[in-house]
Design a protein around this ligand. Structure first.
Ligand code: ADP
Length: 401
């Protein structure tokens, strides 16, 4: 069974074709600058990476390009579209409506549409992607949606409510939803597998650290708390996002600087975080390098990030009343050795021991165990694979049809 996994953004479309027999990626690529005069298309197959410039005025045109690439020319990996059994779409915001992955129906599309206010940059693009996919691949191929926050839907009220008048929860459904759920679900399940234990018996803290980052407390296989909130702005400092701060900082600056809501959102999402502190860099590699070369603001940004991650892990140990394993994933989690060393060493007091040699080996998609054999808490690097998780869900739903 072959499954096509789609991540449609407003001006981009990422895809992977996965053969579920062995869970092998047969082709993966990106349509960039969709809607612009000239778009960029790339695809990687076992024959290599192919790139071309091609006009993709809309998502339907982008899917046409993907379809042609999969079935013809030097990039061909399948004989016909009939080989694609089902299509799985990533959807960022499932709100309180969708608690698990589901087959796309008219009603489901209406549900995703009704959540556009909560994810104005993402959900409209996902709907475009789903509709365009139907135009190109036909209505007979089952389409499944996998929600970024469905895994977090198990959070109890006391974790997901904000301390503001209850009427705003009733009126606008303002609450913590969390994000990166597919990644947290994948790595927590992998962690249990590696430990050879039933996830129901484990308390795991998963740290997805990338340009956007979140930390999640998974108790008995269920999320009980997560750092991102109503939007992916909450939590700790990220590449360009502020993470949480005293809400008065926002109202104070709006008054002093005359920021509109849109300007405020832009500054907190795009000009803050380690970029805002360092004044120059949002990429963790640049921050580490500049800090090592004596740049005081890069050093401060680095220290703030490490400190805030430590605090979140500490919070979640308290929330779960213990921890069996801590997992690092995402671009930073999978690669930043100094960050991982700092975090592991800062939990020495709860019995975490650190294996420096394994830390240097776990990099660029290679996982590993960072804790020593005597460690009371296991620490792992587990490369994430959201696409595989989407493909697995899609397969499961398609097989039941
Ligand atoms: P996104 O949230 O956009 O999916 P990724 O998970 O790809 O992001 O993570 C991107 C981040 O990973 C960047 O900040 C990048 O600097 C960081 N990263 C990648 N390689 C390394 C490395 N060797 N050391 C430190 N950070 C790294």
């Amino acid at each position: 069974m072959k499954i096509l996994v789609i991540n449609a953004g407003s001006s981009s479309l990422k895809f992977q074709l996965i053969d579920m027999n062995g869970e092998v990626v047969i082709a993966k690529g990106t349509c960039g600058r969709v809607g612009a005069e000239i778009g960029e298309f790339d695809i990687k197959t076992e024959k290599g990476k192919f790139e071309k410039e091609v006009a993709m005025p809309d998502h339907t045109a982008a899917f046409q390009v993907v379809k042609e690439a999969l079935i013809s020319g030097e990039t061909k990996v399948i004989d016909s579209l009939d080989e694609i059994s089902a299509i799985g779409h990533r959807v960022v915001q499932g709100g309180s409506i969708f608690k698990e992955s589901t087959l796309v129906t008219d009603e489901v599309i209406e549900g995703i549409k009704s959540l556009c206010d909560l994810a104005p940059l993402h959900n409209p693009a996902h709907i475009q992607g789903i509709n365009a996919c139907m135009d190109v691949f036909g209505k007979d191929v089952p389409e499944v949606v996998v929600f970024d926050n469905a895994f977090h839907s198990t959070m109890p009220e006391e974790a997901y409510m904000f301390g503001i008048p209850y009427e705003y929860y009733e009126k606008y459904k303002i609450r913590r939803y969390g994000f990166h759920g597919t990644s947290h679900r994948y790595v927590s399940a992998e962690c249990a597998k590696i430990m050879g234990k039933d996830i129901k018996d484990l308390k795991i803290i998963t740290c997805h650290l990338g340009n956007g980052s979140s930390i999640t407390a998974v108790k008995g296989g269920k999320v009980i708390d997560t750092s991102m909130g109503l939007t992916p702005l909450d939590g700790f400092i990220m590449g360009t996002r502020s993470g949480n701060l005293d809400p008065s900082v926002v109202t104070f600056l709006q008054e002093k600087e005359g920021w509109t809501p849109a300007e405020t959102s832009n500054i907190l999402n795009k000009k803050s975080g380690v970029f805002g502190i360092s004044g120059k860099y949002s990429d963790d590699r640049d921050i580490l390098k500049a800090a090592a070369e004596g740049d005081a603001r890069a050093e401060l940004a680095k220290k703030m990030l490490w400190y805030q991650i430590r605090k979140y892990i500490g919070q979640y140990i308290a929330a779960m009343q213990g921890v069996d394993a801590i997992v690092f994933t995402g671009g930073i989690g999978e690669n930043s050795q100094p960050l991982r060393q700092n975090i592991c060493e800062s939990f020495g007091y709860i019995g975490v021991t650190f294996n420096a040699e394994e830390n240097t080996k776990a990099i660029k998609g290679k996982g590993g165990e960072l804790s020593g054999p005597d460690s009371k808490v296991k620490v792992y690097v587990i490369p994430t694979n959201e696409e595989l998780m989407i493909a697995r869900d899609t397969k499961e739903i398609a097989e039941k049809l």
